[in-house]
Ligand binder design. Structure first.
Ligand code: NAD
Ligand code: ZN
Length: 361
């Protein structure tokens, strides 16, 4: 399947399919990835173990010059230090303006390598080969970044890739928890904009969890499609794009309080989406928004309650740190139906803390 992300002259295709990596040379040639300038291929040590040799071999056989750089797996690698190391490799390997940075990995590799591509010589070509389900989210929208010790994703840019190559086969080596966590962001896109897609996920949850090829292709295609429609309307997040943050206000605070230990991003977002649904009911929307959200997320094997050890006051502080709020009211993305959301700035701190209490039970 091929999906075009429509951004005027920055438009690009996402190729999704089982075994699509076998076509990497043809697709690189089609998209004029330079053979005369070195490619910097960035991956992490876990992904390298399973998928680097194949990609490297295909590209070298296809006549590309490739320098590969393997970073330690994990969020810690999204750092200025790691960014600087990659820039050093780029300079020492003679990357020039016609060079391309290729990210082979999940969102961490994609964000870091993308930021290298955005910065090196004020921007060179970038290609993404996502290897997690969650990275369907980062393969659309062009946000690239590294973290600062005081704030996540605070140093970054918008830099769209030339193309994205999403091979379902690479997902088969993912740990089970990462599969579920990735599906949390897939269904988020359904909850935001597409009730039919939510119903489809509900019916096909088991197939998705078993990594059925056709089901995954369909799910990733529609996850990317929904995000790309929203991003096309608001590339630089002036307003509409904020709806993509469904579940993220509570989710980010949970991640901060859990210090990223024991809670994956997708898991935190799952709990955050249940929280947003509960808030919705509190604001007068129908109860089934909450019960259905909870039921479907549970079916996907995702957490729907707050871990007991987390302190609600601490979560509230983290949330206030992360978000602007006006006279005791916060802005939240609130589901108004399954498949529809609104941006509400009417949520009170009391309502949020009440919902967090309920999520603990
Ligand atoms: P990740 O890249 O850390 O991958 C998760 C783990 O899975 C890592 O340990 C990795 O080594 C391993 N892994 C990856 N692919 C594998 C495979 N095929 N087989 C076996 N193991 C594999 O994390 P993620 O969940 O993909 O992404 C999270 C990051 O993405 C966060 O930093 C987040 O900020 C970012 N993100 C960015 C955007 C964006 O728009 N740019 C959107 C969503 C998330
Ligand atoms: Zn997210």
């Amino acid at each position: 399947m091929e999906l075009k992300v429509d951004l005027g002259e920055r438009s690009y295709p996402i190729y999704i399919g089982e075994g699509i990596l076998d076509d990497i040379v043809d697709l690189f040639n089609k998209h004029r990835i330079s053979k005369l300038s070195p490619i910097l291929l960035v991956t992490d040590d876990q992904v390298a173990e399973f998928h680097l040799d194949k990609v490297l071999e295909l590209l070298l056989k296809g006549g590309f010059q490739v320098v590969s750089s393997i970073i330690p797996a994990g969020e810690k690698s999204k750092s200025i230090a790691q960014f600087e190391d990659l820039i050093t490799v780029a300079i020492e390997s003679g990357l020039d303006r016609k060079s391309t940075v290729v990210a082979l990995g999940g969102g961490v590799v994609g964000d870091l390598a993308g930021y290298v591509a955005a910065s090196y010589m004020r921007g060179i070509a970038f290609v993404q080969i996502p290897t997690t389900i969650l990275a369907h989210d980062s393969s659309v929208g062009g946000k690239v970044a590294v973290n600062h010790p005081l704030a996540k994703n605070i140093i970054g840019a918008f830099h769209q890739p030339e193309l994205v190559l999403y091979d379902i086969a690479t997902l088969r080596t993912l740990p089970e928890r990462q599969i579920k966590a990735g599906l949390s962001e897939v269904i988020k896109h359904g909850f935001i904009r597409d009730a039919d897609f939510v119903a489809w996920i509900d019916h096909n949850a088991y197939k998705l969890l078993e990594l059925d090829s056709e089901a995954l292709e369909f799910a990733l295609y529609h996850g990317c499609r929904i995000k790309s429609i929203i991003v096309s309307q608001d590339e630089r997040e002036n307003n509409l794009r904020a709806i993509l943050n469904l579940g993220h206000t509570i989710g980010h605070a949970l991640e901060a309080v859990a210090k990223y230990n024991g809670l994956l991003h997708g898991e935190a977002i799952s709990i955050g989406m249940v929280g947003a649904a509960r808030l919705s009911v509190l604001l007068g929307n129908p109860e089934h928004i909450y019960t259905e959200t909870k039921r479907i997320l549970r079916k996907l094997g995702l957490p729907i309650q707050l871990p007991k050890q987390l302190d609600i006051d601490e979560i509230m502080v983290a949330m206030m740190h992360d978000k602007k709020f006006d006279s005791g009211r916060m802005t939240f993305i609130i589901p108004t139906e399954i498949g529809e959301v609104e941006i509400s700035n009417q949520v009170t701190l009391e309502q949020v803390s009440q919902v967090l209490e309920q999520l603990k039970q």
